[in-house]
Structure formats: C-alpha cells, structure tokens
Design a protein around this ligand. Structure first.
Ligand code: DER
Length: 236
C-alpha cells in the first residue's frame, strides 16, 4: 500500500464517526483531504444529512466547498461535535505535533472547540517523544522582528540543541511562507529531547512575538493509525 492509500484508509475510518446533524471541524493537509472528499460523497449519496463544516485553512475551505459541504465558522458555532485532522507526529500519550502545512493556529482554535478530536495518520507519524523526529516543530510568529523572536526561541531551547529557521515557500524564491492569518512560521529543530512538553509549551507562549505553536497536548481523543497490516485505533 502506498502512503497515500494508508492515509485514505485512516480518513475513511474516521468518517465512520460522523453522524447526520453534526457540526464538524475539518483539518488541513494531505490526509484529511480524503476525509473531506468522503464526507462530500456521503452527502451527495444522501447517506449523511445536515452537516456543517468549520474549516481550518483557506485550502480546506476551498476543497470542502468544492465537494458540497455547507460551511460556517466558530463565531456562529463555538462548540463543535467532532474534528478530524492529520498530524505530523503522535507520541504514546496522543500528544501531537501539527502545523507543517502552516495551519496550526486555526487548527488549534477549531480543534480546541470540539467535543471529540479524531486524528488520522499513517504509521510513519508515530514517535516516542515529540520533537524527536528531527523534523520541524512549527511556531506561528508575527512578522514584526521575526528574527528577534526566532533567536529568542532558539536560545530558550539551547539545552536541546535547538535551531530555529524561518519557513519559506516551496519555490526557490526563498520568500517567507505567510499563513492564512498573515503571520510567519518559525520551525524549531531539536537535537535532543525537549523534556517536559507542558513546560516547553508555556515557555514558547511566553515569548511576546509568538502567536501559537504546533504542540497539541492532551487534545486528541482518538488516533487512527493506518498500517500495512491494518488499522489500529488508540483512544485517550
Ligand atoms: O499541518 C498540519 O497541521 C497538518 O494537519 C499536518 O499535521 C498533517 O499533514 P499531512 O496529513 O499532509 O501529513
């Protein structure tokens, strides 16, 4: 099975949690797009009715509209029944790193407002501890003096061998990636374990130029993992 086929399997399994009449948080990225497409298909077939989607990025907003999911926002629906989203890392306690596609702020707002948060991943996202994969830990920062903020974050985690880098657009232009909210993303790379996640989270949020970070602690209620040999479901 390809990685995308595994993602699709996990996404379809998550959509089994969707019931007619639900208000749904719709995440961002290449895994959850299969869930968005599936929900649209079930609405089209009449197997799901009266669904309202609350999206976490302009990209998901466009995709959800294109498959016919009625959309609204958190101002109109401050409490949601269920959110479905991918993740970049999942630790054994169901803590997550998210945000590598740049949507962490809206994701954290929407998923923080949901009664249930179902995360869908292929097995490559499972880690022993967050920040351990050597991949980016995204932090959304204001553009104003972002270098100052990045240096402050890097120094905060000097013990863990942290290196802070500005997220740039894919094109070789090297232009800063700009989030849907008009902010920048500083990616933190760790050489060693960052230890107490809650303390790390608090420390990052204390930095004035920081808007939000990509650690989603104690938020997921279910994680669906698609593996070659089948699906495993981990509940909080
Ligand atoms: O950036 C995000 O938060 C995405 O949800 C990310 O965590 C998962 O993206 P993927 O499904 O494309 O791997």
């Amino acid at each position: 099975l390809t990685q995308d086929e595994l993602k699709k399997i996990a996404a379809y399994k998550a959509v089994e949690h969707v019931e007619s009449g639900m208000i749904l948080g719709l995440g961002s990225g290449s895994t959850v797009k299969h869930a968005v497409d599936r929900i649209g298909e079930l609405l089209q077939m009449g197997k799901l009715k009266n669904i309202i989607g609350i999206t976490t990025s302009e990209n998901t907003h466009q995709r959800a509209m294109s498959v016919g999911i009625p959309l609204s926002d958190l101002d109109s629906h401050p409490v949601l029944d269920l959110a479905i989203d991918g993740a970049d890392e999942v630790d054994p306690h169901l803590n997550l790193v998210k945000g590598r596609c740049g949507s962490l702020l809206r994701e954290k707002m929407v998923e923080g407002a949901c009664r249930k948060f179902v995360v869908i991943v292929d097995e490559s996202k499972l880690v022993d501890h967050l920040g351990g994969s050597g991949l980016a830990m995204p932090v959304e920062v204001v553009p104003f003096c972002w270098k100052f903020t990045a240096k402050t974050l890097q120094d905060l985690f000097s013990e863990a061998g942290c290196v802070a880098k500005l997220k740039t657009c894919e094109e070789e232009s090297g232009e800063p990636f700009v989030t849907d909210n008009g902010n920048y993303i500083v990616d933190l790379y760790f050489k060693k374990d960052i230890g107490d996640l809650r303390a790390a989270s608090e420390a990052i949020l204390q930095v004035a130029g920081v808007v939000e970070h990509g650690m989603f602690l104690n938020m997921a209620t279910t994680v669906i993992v698609a593996r070659e040999l089948g699906i495993t479901v981990k509940n909080k």
